[in-house]
Design a protein around this ligand. Structure first.
Ligand code: MN
Length: 142
């Protein structure tokens, strides 16, 4: 499914972070979002207010930041892209920092169609170590 065109890369990154924090800790605090995204807490507060107004999250003083159904759906799509792209690149032994940086960019831009192709390729590679060895040998030859 394509991502709604009106969601910016920044909104997608926030939704991804909030979903992961809630998964890991049960709640998402502005301080953790700020630390993970490398932005100030003031920026997080402003963004959360905007995302609340746009229907991606609900911010309640005591319950904290909650994803709406729309917000959760976008977060899941981004996380799915992140996971598939990471699994694919790890097969080739690329270092984790490079994978993370590349995936954080790519996850916002690939279409559902391309994701389907890359998911299929990833699954094939995961069940075919001989092919991975062959491809890695080619990479090593340069
Ligand atoms: Mn990501």
């Amino acid at each position: 499914m394509p991502l709604p065109p009106q969601t910016t890369t920044a909104v997608q990154d926030y939704l991804e972070q909030i979903h992961q924090l809630i998964d890991a800790k049960g709640y998402a605090r502005a301080v953790d979002i700020a630390a993970n995204l490398g932005v100030s807490q003031a920026s997080v507060s402003a963004m959360i207010q905007r995302m609340d107004a746009e229907g991606f999250v609900v911010y309640e003083k005591y319950r904290g930041i909650i994803l709406t159904e729309k917000g959760r759906e976008i977060a899941r799509h981004i996380i799915e892209r992140h996971e598939v792209l990471t699994r694919l690149l790890r097969r080739f032994g690329i270092d984790e920092d490079t994978i993370y940086n590349d995936v954080e960019g790519m996850e916002h831009h690939i279409s559902g169609q391309t994701l389907g192709v890359l998911t299929m390729i990833t699954e094939e590679l995961e069940s075919n170590p001989a092919l991975v060895r062959k491809l890695k040998a080619r990479l090593a030859r340069g």
